[in-house]
Ligand binder design. Structure first.
Ligand code: CP
Length: 318
């Protein structure tokens, strides 16, 4: 694997899921693989899971880990090409990446959507600069449009929880939120589930359809109860409007996932990438109930990251 920014960087999804599950059985099985090499984890945005699970994964492989919480700890970055830097920005992203090239064998970056310019976000205005200027493999720790390490962890979690000899019905359901949230997790989940052997349905209120470039021909149902019927897995996530970019059109019905809504499902397992706003996106009873596999999903972030770092190291060591 030369880089990891979307599902298209994965040669064989079932193989990498299998590898991640083997790593879960024996996390230190490749503890020398990254010896003498350094991964830089650069966070332009907040994180709990991605930061810690990536650190654990890298350490399990013997990598040196540099973590930079750039928004708090580094110089104020300039992203615009040709900018006259006579204002608040102190270092251009191009120069920062060139310096990271001197220190790191792998650069992993988190760069959320700005949610101001649809064009900038759709075109991955920050991740694309890393891809352009990095001379080492680039890994996405969530970008404007995708969260591939999360999606791989989601695939691993579904695989672990599905033993039946039929395709599971997986429902990605929109959930309420108090502020405009990016589309990366929803887009990415839709994209990866289309590569899995599942029946995927997306449900969201009118005005909240995700970008068709990610959902393609997946069925979108605007009635949550109808969509949840017979579900085997429910993935709860908020996102703002894509068409009316970052807007939050009014929603009259209550879309928060509750135990009542689980009654019509096939005892569905409930997933969420976290962080979650309890009693807004889903109820306490769901979060703490026996259907929730959300903490298992969070644990699998380690093995998702480790499987990817391991494949990148294979390329570097070849
Ligand atoms: N799910 C996820 O990416 O969590 P963090 O934002 O805490 O990293």
């Amino acid at each position: 694997m030369k880089k990891f920014t979307s599902v298209s960087d994965v040669e064989n999804l079932q193989e990498i899921i299998k590898k991640a599950l083997q790593i879960k059985e024996n996390p230190l099985s490749e503890s020398e693989k990254g010896k003498g090499k350094t991964i830089g984890l650069v966070f332009l945005n907040s994180s709990l899971r991605t930061r810690l699970s990536s650190q654990i994964a890298a350490q399990n492989l013997g990598l040196n880990v540099l973590t930079l919480n750039a928004a708090q700890e580094a110089w104020n970055l300039e992203f615009a090409d040709g900018a006259v830097m006579n204002g608040d920005t102190v270092e251009h992203i191009k120069d920062a990446i060139e310096v990271l090239n001197q220190y790191c064998d792998i650069i992993a970056v988190r760069c959320f959507a700005g949610m101001k310019s649809k064009e900038d976000d759709v075109n991955e205005s920050i991740l694309s600069q890393f891809e352009q200027h990095a001379k080492v493999p680039v890994i996405s720790l969530e970008s404007a449009t995708r969260h591939p390490l999360q999606s791989l962890a989601d695939c691993i979690t579904i695989k672990e929880n599905w033993q039946e000899n039929r395709k599971p019905k997986v429902v990605l359901t929109w959930a309420p939120h108090i502020k405009p949230i990016a589309h990366a997790v929803g887009n990415s989940f839709a994209e990866w589930m289309q590569e899995m052997d599942v029946d995927l349905v997306i449900t969201n209120p009118e005005g909240y359809d995700l970008d068709k470039n990610f959902t393609k021909n997946v069925k979108v149902i605007h009635d949550q109860d109808e969509a949840l019927k017979d579900a085997d897995f429910i993935y709860v996530k908020n996102w703002s409007s894509f068409d009316d970019y970052a807007a939050m059109p009014e929603v009259k019905e209550n879309w928060m996932l509750t135990n009542e809504k689980l009654k019509n499902t096939n005892q569905a397992k409930v997933m969420h990438c976290l962080p979650v706003r309890r009693n807004v996106e889903l109820s306490d009873e769901v979060m703490d109930g026996e259907n929730s596999i959300i903490y298992q999903q969070a644990k699998n972030r380690i093995f998702s990251a480790q499987a990817v770092f391991s494949e990148i190291l294979d390329e570097l060591n070849s």
